[in-house]
Design a protein around this ligand. Structure first.
Ligand code: MRU
Length: 377
């Protein structure tokens, strides 16, 4: 999407690849909304660390990063022999896959890259195919988000008040976003609406990233505390909820997404407010039979016990050009511990529709229509 910094407008993707330097280029999302910086990872281990540390986050974005990371690892192989190459590739794959286990997108993306590489007969051919496949995945992901927007823009009527959770915008994808795709499309069609961004503790992706994105695109919005949604729903101030997902089970329609999504779905159901989940095809999991089998990432308890923000006074942290620093502030009682599950699972019966690039489906329709739901590679 377009980013305006100091009056200059430029189009950016969240993830790109620099072939000459064999580097993955990422927007450093931990610095947003205070600073816009692009960083490069020089090898697949750095790429895995960038996913783990959430320089890049959001299921489709970490999928493209993992696909590029796999190509990066493949291209860095300097030894001889297909067998050694295959072993090396396996360890790259495992490293990239293990860092954030809830999202299925990185697995689907890397599987597509690996499948394409099979056509190569030599190491050099497979290395070239790996990068081509990663580029194709990223491009397809953008096109799928565009189609999500086309199918679902009609859900946002003039004057609508939409709630979204976490960040399922372009920063969470390669471009455009999933939950934001209908918003951008409705805006392009001339409709006016208002978006409530759940703050999304503990990492505050709603307050920092979604609010920044919407501000960049000139969409009316306000940040709300995570606990405010029920009150606004009760007072008739929310018409529609649209969120993204890290994994949607094709067999059951269950949706894994950022912690707090389930709570919002229950509230929406209680108040008769339609609750939609927007996903590219890479988010669909056709294997797991039940939501209880979805691995739920547990993150560092420091995320719950404190918060990051900008401090104007000097202390240790990441410096912004304006001299302020990104610092961690302890909020909780010293000595208290925390539990930090990063995702939860929403049952399909609470979901009005899954917005896919192939149209809007009832969660129960996914499995019968599974043959249409695979990417045309
Ligand atoms: O922990 P994060 O920031 O990676 O969590 C992101 C989300 O939960 C998004 O809603 C999800 O990945 C969908 S992004 C289109």
């Amino acid at each position: 999407m377009n980013v305006t910094i100091r009056g200059r407008v430029r189009h950016h993707r969240t993830v790109t690849f620099d072939g000459a330097r064999n580097a993955v280029q990422l927007i450093e999302q931990r610095l947003l909304p205070h600073e816009f910086r692009i960083v490069a990872t020089r090898d697949f281990r750095e790429t895995a660390a960038a996913i783990h540390d959430m320089i890049v986050r959001g299921a489709p974005a970490i999928a493209a990063t993992a696909a590029y990371g796999l190509a990066q690892g493949a291209r860095a192989f300097r030894e001889r022999g297909l067998r050694a190459f295959t072993r090396h590739l396996e360890s790259v794959y495992e490293t990239l896959q293990a860092v954030r286990p809830t999202a299925i997108d990185p697995v689907n993306a890397m599987d597509q890259v690996r499948a394409r590489m099979q056509a190569g007969e030599t190491v050099a051919e497979r290395q070239a195919l790996a990068l081509a496949a990663a580029e194709d995945f990223a491009q397809r992901s953008v096109e799928e988000c565009r189609r999500i927007g086309k199918h679902s823009a009609r859900l946002i009527r003039d004057g609508a008040r939409v709630l979204t959770h976490c960040n399922a915008g372009w920063l969470a994808c390669v471009d455009i976003g999933t939950a934001t795709a209908p918003m951008y499309q409705a805006q392009a069609q001339g409709r006016r609406f208002h978006v409530f961004c759940d703050e999304t503790r503990p990492r505050c992706q709603g307050a920092s990233l979604t609010a920044w994105e919407l501000a960049q695109q000139g969409i009316s919005h306000e940040v709300i505390a995570d606990n405010a949604a029920g009150h606004l729903m009760q007072r008739g101030e929310i018409d529609l909820v649209i969120v993204g997902a890290d994994r949607v089970l094709g067999r059951t329609g269950e949706v894994a997404n950022k912690i707090g999504t389930y709570t919002k779905a229950v509230l929406a159901h209680r108040h008769g407010i339609p609750f939609f989940v927007a996903v590219p095809l890479s988010t669909l999991d056709w294997r797991l039979k039940s939501g209880v089998d979805i691995p739920i990432e547990e993150r560092d308890q420091r995320e719950v016990l404190g918060a990051w923000g900008l401090a104007q006074t000097p202390s240790s942290g990441i410096r912004t050009p304006k001299g302020a620093e990104r610092v961690y502030v302890r909020v909780a009682n010293p000595g208290s511990g925390a539990r930090n599950p990063a995702f939860d699972v929403t049952p399909g019966e609470l979901v009005r529709g899954i917005i896919t690039p192939r149209g809007i489906l009832d969660p129960a329709e996914l499995w019968p229509r599974r043959r249409e739901m695979v990417p045309r590679v």
